[in-house]
Design a protein around this ligand. Structure first.
Ligand code: ARG
Length: 465
């Protein structure tokens, strides 16, 4: 008799005749990774209990007991003293069981009008919302650091590349501002995704809603949600908000990865455009001379991981019939890892951007190779009346002659240049200098130093708003 009872006690409920095997228990449990939702689980439960009491579904005394118990549980978790049990499967059941231990029947009443299905969906939304707010702050810091770097180098000339071939001179400040733009759009995407994250699933219960006279808008208000999810089946089952967030996160990482690739190249002694502070680099265990840009390399690698999580979440969703299915428990690890990876990466990059030393002489020397001002010469001829295609051809001949003579366009004499077009005059030399070239691109979005400064001021203003 005692034996039978203890066996039953281990099973899920009176409906079951045997407990699950240890392997199945481990397979189905999520507590090892979802326990990080605990603060949000408690926050959601308190809002739910407050509403239940306000609606007369539970007593004020029950609500007070629930609050007291939850305060203690919070303390235990923060102190690392809470005992997480695999037997209790997930964060929700662990907390509820402990609450009941602490406050008795009031704890058992908390789950009235609620299911773990709407509970977990609420927890994740609260978690992702907080993560987005954190990420928005970090994107702001990174953009701020890049703006500082851009400002210090608004006049520093480097070669701009297309196809990784020297194309036209640009300023390093302008190059940094390209990333400021990318991370700015990333922030917009995060803000936009936040609007759809910020809707309350609670009240959907298991899938169909509840027979109790609940007040969903009240819970939404308490938890700071902008609206409720308007269909109970959708509320408990879709994770599109998590997918959307991960897509936005993957794009941030892709931008970080492009930047990383440039940092790695620029730091190569063969290019030598920059140096990265030692605290972001590591040495080699065998080659004493090495200083490797490990941080950008790792960030480039971790981008694959986050893009993988996006794919994982999309695949997780695609075959699921309405409404909740246990598949959804698999949303957490990719989501949490995405958040951890992105926040760590952004934090490090905001700091690392401040530790970039620019080797302006090397940049300048590189800009002088590769006929970076050839387009300027073509534009000059157009302004003298030559159709652009003819100007393009004339300059192509000049470049070829320079190639043979192993000199730059600016090193040719006026006489030599006039051989390619009689329209060329003494004023051509101002056009062929690197400074002349960048200063001439003087319009919104152009690389001219004064445009770079104006762009910096514009973004600073936005960041301050
Ligand atoms: N741990 C579960 C999850 O992450 C909670 C919801 C479980 N609901 C259920 N009906 N099994 O999705």
């Amino acid at each position: 008799m005692t034996d039978q009872f203890s066996k039953k006690a281990e099973a899920w409920s009176a409906r079951f005749t045997e407990p699950v095997s240890d392997l199945v228990k481990r397979y189905t449990a999520s507590v090892f990774f979802d326990k990080r939702l605990a603060p949000y689980d408690i926050q959601g439960s308190l809002a739910h209990a407050e509403m239940l009491a306000a609606q007369g579904i539970i007593s004020e005394q029950d609500r007070a007991e629930i609050e007291r118990g939850m305060a203690q549980i919070k303390g235990e978790i923060e102190a690392g003293k809470f005992e997480w049990l695999l037997d209790l499967e997930d964060v929700h059941l662990n907390i509820e069981k402990r609450l009941t231990e602490l406050v008795g029947d009031a704890g058992k009443r908390l789950h009235t009008g609620r299911s773990r299905n709407d509970q977990v969906a609420t927890d994740i939304r609260l978690y992702v919302r907080a993560a987005i707010d954190d990420i928005l702050g970090l994107l702001g810091s990174l953009r701020g650091a890049l703006l500082d770097l851009a400002e210090r180098h608004a006049d520093t000339i480097m070669p701009g590349f297309t196809h990784l071939q020297v194309a036209q001179p640009i300023t390093f400040g302008h190059h940094m501002l390209a990333y400021v733009e990318m991370f700015g759009r990333d922030a917009e995407r995060m803000q936009d995704a936040r609007r759809r994250v910020n809707r309350l699933p609670l009240g959907a219960a298991a899938l169909a809603g509840t027979t109790f006279p609940i007040d969903r808008l009240r819970v939404a208000k308490t938890l700071g949600f902008e609206d409720v999810c308007h269909n109970s089946l959708d509320a408990v089952s879709d994770r599109d908000f998590a997918i959307e967030f991960t897509a936005a996160a993957a794009l941030v990482m892709v931008h970080v990865s492009r930047f990383s690739e440039e940092l790695v190249m620029w730091m190569s002694p063969r290019i030598g455009f920059i140096d990265i502070a030692d605290r972001f680099c590591t040495g080699s265990s065998i080659m004493p001379q090495k200083k490797n840009p490990d941080v950008p390399e790792l960030a480039r690698g971790k981008t694959g991981r986050v893009v993988g999580h996006l794919n994982g979440l999309l695949m997780l969703m695609k075959g699921q019939p309405l409404a909740y299915n246990k598949d959804n428990q698999e949303d957490k690890e990719p989501l949490f890892d995405t958040i951890d990876t992105l926040t760590d990466t952004l934090r490090i990059f905001a700091d690392m951007a401040g530790g970039i030393t620019v080797k302006a002489d090397n940049m300048r020397a590189a800009a002088l190779q590769g006929y970076a001002t050839a387009t300027d010469l073509a534009d000059y001829l157009v302004k003298k009346g030559l159709p652009f295609r003819d100007a393009h051809e004339a300059v192509a001949h000049a470049v070829r002659a320079c190639d043979d003579a192993r000199c730059d366009l600016a090193e040719m004499s006026l006489e030599q240049l006039r051989a390619f077009s009689p329209l060329i005059g003494q004023d051509v030399f101002a056009v062929l200098t690197l400074e002349g070239s960048v200063a001439a691109r003087d319009h919104v979005g152009g690389t001219a130093p004064n445009q770079v400064r104006a762009a910096i001021a514009r973004v600073r203003q936005q960041l301050a708003e």
